[in-house]
Design a binder for this molecule. Structure first.
Ligand code: ISJ
Length: 375
């Protein structure tokens, strides 16, 4: 009966709270011991897989298999941990397991804390050898010369469009393959160590300034904008010059000890950059894949329409199309097309063969698992 119970028996005392905490923490310690044992069991299995891959030269990064692993764990996640947390944990578990087979070397356009670096971390986790280079072309060169296993390069941004330097390098080195893609929501931040009203100069790379142009003109109208080579370089300048600000990643703010005056200042809330993981192989089929093609058509009326008709007739869904002027022949264009499906799907293989009959040159840049947007 309510009211007649002995309250002193249920009211927690400091001693009873401490005892409960101790008991629960003991349980957590026991669970953690099981977790670390299980993770090491997993690591031993991954090492066995590494031995099956055998010759030391085989690919150790299998994006298709990693996509399956995430699908498996997420479909068995009863909560209360949310999907983002489970993904983050497994990203690092997988990263460590891969490294037991062989530590992959991955090149990206630096410096550290650039968005390319964050994209690389998002896909590969912490246990890789990060190879920071100074240009997109250098990422391709490192991959081509096999000084790294993989490279991460930006392909397009939802606000600014295609990344010309990357497309140009595919034209120059068409044997490079795309084996995975990374879609990343890009959040820019206003970093400064003074009041917002005191900011006189704002530094960032051109793309970041352009993606925040409206916000900056409305909220920091008296500051002048200055382009530098990277968002990280901008953050470094803010450290040494008073009354300046940088538009950069949150991570750059934390690294260089600069306050985040305002977060998420990008004009479009859907500001997203799509990166390609480049290497020397395709990814195997998962059933939810994309394929990237690069081709040139004869300089005739309707040549591109003929190609597009093939996609229509085969009911293959195009997800991206770009044209890029050829360096070699004035007036001629190279086309980049991404579409749903894997080259191992009969429908896709047939479509690519048929597209080829309408092209002068055609290269399959790769098939890879469809990516989700990482926030
Ligand atoms: C263990 C493997 O190697 C790598 C590590 C994976 C993992 O830890 O689950 C998955 C795919 C590979 O990138 C494998 O190929 O299965």
């Amino acid at each position: 009966m309510a009211g007649s119970s002995d309250d002193s028996a249920t009211t927690p005392t400091p001693e009873s709270v401490a005892a409960s905490l101790k008991a629960i923490r003991n349980q957590i310690d026991a669970v953690d011991r099981q977790l670390v044992e299980l993770m090491n069991q997993r690591a031993s299995l991954a090492t066995q897989i590494g031995k099956c891959k055998n010759d030391g030269n085989s690919e150790i990064f299998h994006p298709n298999r990693e996509a399956e692993v995430f699908q498996n764990v997420l479909s068995h996640n009863p909560g209360p941990l949310d999907e983002v947390t489970v993904r983050a944990i497994f990203r690092e578990v997988i990263s460590g397991c891969r490294a037991l087979q062989r530590m992959p070397r991955v090149a990206f356009l630096g410096p550290e804390h650039s968005y390319s670096h964050i994209a690389t971390l998002t896909r590969f986790g912490e246990t890789v050898e990060f190879v920071e280079v100074g240009s997109i072309s250098a990422v391709f060169e490192e991959v081509l010369k096999k000084r790294v296993d993989y490279g991460v390069v930006p392909l397009e941004n939802s606000t600014d469009g295609r990344i010309v330097d990357s497309l140009d390098m595919f034209v120059r080195i068409p044997q490079i393959k795309i084996c995975d893609e990374i879609r990343m929501r890009i959040h820019h931040n206003l970093l400064a160590n003074c009041e917002q009203s005191e900011i006189r100069r704002i530094y960032s790379k051109p793309q970041a300034l352009s993606q925040c142009r409206n916000w900056l003109s409305k909220n920091v109208p008296n500051a002048s904008l200055h382009e530098v080579t990277s968002t990280t370089a901008a953050a470094r300048l803010v450290q040494s010059e008073p009354y300046t600000a940088a538009v950069a990643s949150r991570q750059a703010g934390v690294k260089y000890g600069i306050q985040i005056l305002c977060a998420n200042i990008e004009d479009s809330s859907n500001n997203e950059t799509r990166f390609a993981v480049i290497g020397s192989h395709h990814a195997r089929r998962t059933g939810r894949d994309k394929t990237a093609l690069m081709f040139t058509t004869p300089h005739n009326p309707g040549a591109l329409a003929d190609v597009l008709m093939v996609f229509k007739q085969n009911a293959v869904n195009i997800t991206w199309i770009e044209s890029f002027p050829s360096r070699e022949t004035k007036g001629e264009y190279i086309f980049f097309v991404d579409f749903e499906g894997h080259l191992d799907d009969e429908k896709v293989a047939h479509t690519v063969r048929e597209v080829g009959t309408h092209c002068q040159r055609i290269f399959v840049l790769g098939s890879f698992p469809l990516a989700r947007v990482e926030d």
